[in-house]
Design a protein around this ligand. Structure first.
Ligand code: SF4
Ligand code: SF4
Length: 149
């Protein structure tokens, strides 16, 4: 198995490639969220950003995404503490909290020829649950509780 670089190198010292590879491709952070104005509580919806392929859970225009979705959040090691809405399973959150990655994470799972990531194959992504924002009128109708934050 390749070196578990995320256990030996601080998040802020990872190379760009290592940082990107830490993402498990769950697609949860690409779901639209609603915030209660009074309590600040965040609610996930099952409505995904228009650029998310809801079958593979990949961003269809990752390199140019900010041109199309200016408010797409770019995670940075220095900002992790402020992302209180990241799902509990998010690899960046796990590592920042000193926790191990799940066995199904693509960096740990057995490599196969499948084009579907181990995260999708193990049912740990939003694939098959997410709706594209173009198909939805009101986000409030699609609040979900299965993304734990
Ligand atoms: S929630 Fe975390 S691990 Fe999942 S896609 Fe977003 S950044 Fe990647
Ligand atoms: S632009 Fe891409 S990475 Fe950003 S929220 Fe949309 S699908 Fe996700």
């Amino acid at each position: 198995m390749a070196e578990k670089f995320w256990e030996t190198t601080a998040l802020q010292d990872l190379t760009q490639l290592q940082w990107e590879s830490l993402c498990d491709g769950c697609g949860k952070c690409c779901l639209h969220k609603l915030e209660d104005d009074e309590t600040g509580e965040v609610y996930y919806t099952r409505v995904a950003c228009k650029l998310l392929d809801v079958t593979t859970c990949r961003c269809t225009k990752y390199n140019e995404r900010l041109q199309h979705v200016p408010d797409c959040i770019q995670l940075k090691p220095s900002d992790l503490d402020t992302f209180n809405w990241l799902p509990k399973t998010c690899a960046y959150r796990l590592v920042s909290e000193g926790k191990p990655l799940y066995k199904w994470h693509p960096l740990l799972a057995k490599k196969t020829k499948s084009t579907r990531s181990s995260t999708v194959k193990k049912g740990k992504s939003v694939a098959d649950f997410a709706l594209n924002e173009h198909d939805v009128d009101d986000l409030q109708d699609h609040i979900i509780h299965w993304v734990e934050i």
